[in-house]
Design a protein. Structure first.
Length: 400
């Protein structure tokens, strides 16, 4: 039975410091209630009490599929089409390598300049490793559809730009990729849990994403990979890991892939991280993605209008039209890093991306309009009184 829809926000489902306005869920989600107890139970009762028996009696080995199915609901994916494990970079490598194998006569990987650098690095490394004349072709985001020609083997696109929040039309780009015979690979790092996604409707071949942002899986939370169900039997994993084998405990000498999405598993499941994520996903019970999207757009529209009215020296670099952006808003400011540090000191948490981008995420699970308006008032105070210009805000930390 489907959970009864809840009204947003559901602040009581999260642990947040008193007085903090957290506008950085697009980078690391907050701690959901129940996670501490679930991880403690996994450590003491399961690991401590059951030891190796826990792989069976506590369902550790099945966690990647079980958690993948909880995420499938939020992404419009078929049951048993998503599995968990490893980092997003590893999952990008897996999906990209498999995409190229599906189009052996083509040599171009198409991406755009709004893609996250790690995806581009993985493509560059794979090209170098294969040494078969492949090319990474990077175009401006608005030129992606026009650049999809019969040279392209795979379009590797992040749906929501990590800097500006600009959002690609998934259906339009996927159709353009398929029209020229290319494979479509979506990175949903800034989409999963932020905007409605329908992987089944899109008909894309692959999708990957991380779970520590809007899905609140915690630092180091495992990534996910989706393969369109009708294709899974054709996929030959580049990383032929033990747990992707059809019968891992037969201990055969030669690799034989599992018949389903489990062939995209590599190594041992990160049980404690998966336990965190599995419990964190309970915060989504009864949450409708269309309701979430409506609330997100309202909050971000209020933020934009208030900032532009009270802080005219800041420059909006996110799309003004909500339909064209994800669940974040970015403003440019020459002293953006120091400004963000000054805001953090006032318990308004955003983050910074070089060279001058201040990012603010809008997560209606735990934010409301009062939070947004108060955050803008503090932002205006920091700006008007040049509080960002204090020496303690000028030193750049390792993580920005």
């Amino acid at each position: 039975m489907k959970d009864q829809r809840v009204n947003l926000p559901v602040k009581d489902r999260f642990v947040l410091p008193e007085g903090m306005i957290y506008l950085d869920g697009n980078s690391l989600g907050p701690l959901p209630c129940g996670v501490e107890q679930a991880v403690s139970n996994a450590v003491t009762a399961q690991w401590g009490g059951h030891l190796i028996k826990a792989w069976n009696v506590d369902g550790w080995m099945n966690q990647p599929m079980r958690v993948g199915n909880k995420i499938s609901r939020l992404l419009g994916a078929a049951k048993d089409s998503i599995t968990m494990g490893d980092t997003l970079s590893v999952k990008v490598f897996q999906a990209l390598a498999s995409s190229l194998k599906l189009r052996p006569d083509r040599k171009v990987i198409l991406s755009d300049s709004g893609n996250f650098p790690s995806d581009l690095y993985m493509a560059q490394g794979l090209i170098q490793h294969l040494d078969q004349g492949h090319e990474l072709r990077i175009v401006p985001p608005e030129d992606v559809a026009a650049a999809l020609t019969d040279e392209v083997a795979v379009a590797m696109i992040t749906q929501v730009d990590y800097r500006t929040g600009r959002m690609h039309d998934m259906q339009h780009v996927t159709q353009a990729a398929h029209a020229c015979g290319a494979v479509m690979l979506w990175d949903l790092a800034h989409s999963a849990g932020a905007v409605p996604v329908d992987l089944t409707k899109s008909q894309c071949e692959f999708a990957v994403g991380c779970t520590y942002k809007y899905l609140n899986g915690g630092p180091g939370a495992p990534a996910f990979i989706y393969v369109r169900p009708d294709l899974i039997g054709q996929i030959s994993p580049a990383l032929s890991g033990w747990l992707g084998h059809d019968a891992p405990f037969a201990f055969e000498s030669n690799y034989r892939p599992a018949p389903d999405i489990e062939r995209m598993r590599v190594g041992t499941p990160p049980v404690l991280q998966l336990t965190t994520l599995e419990t964190a996903l309970d915060a989504w019970d009864g949450v409708d993605m269309q309701d979430l999207r409506k609330a997100s757009l309202h909050l971000s529209d209020v933020f934009i209008s208030q900032v532009e009215a009270k802080c005219p020296s800041l420059t909006l670099i996110s799309p003004r039209n909500g339909a064209e952006r994800g669940s974040q808003v970015s403003f440019a400011f020459d002293h953006g890093y120091a400004m963000v540090q000054a805001l953090i000191a006032r318990d308004v948490i955003g983050d910074f991306r070089a060279p001058n981008v201040m990012r603010f995420g809008f997560t209606p699970l735990y934010l409301d309009e009062t939070d947004v308006r108060r955050a803008v008032d503090i932002l205006a105070d920091v700006l008007d009184n040049r509080l960002w210009d204090r020496p303690e805000f000028q030193s750049v930390n390792h993580v920005t």
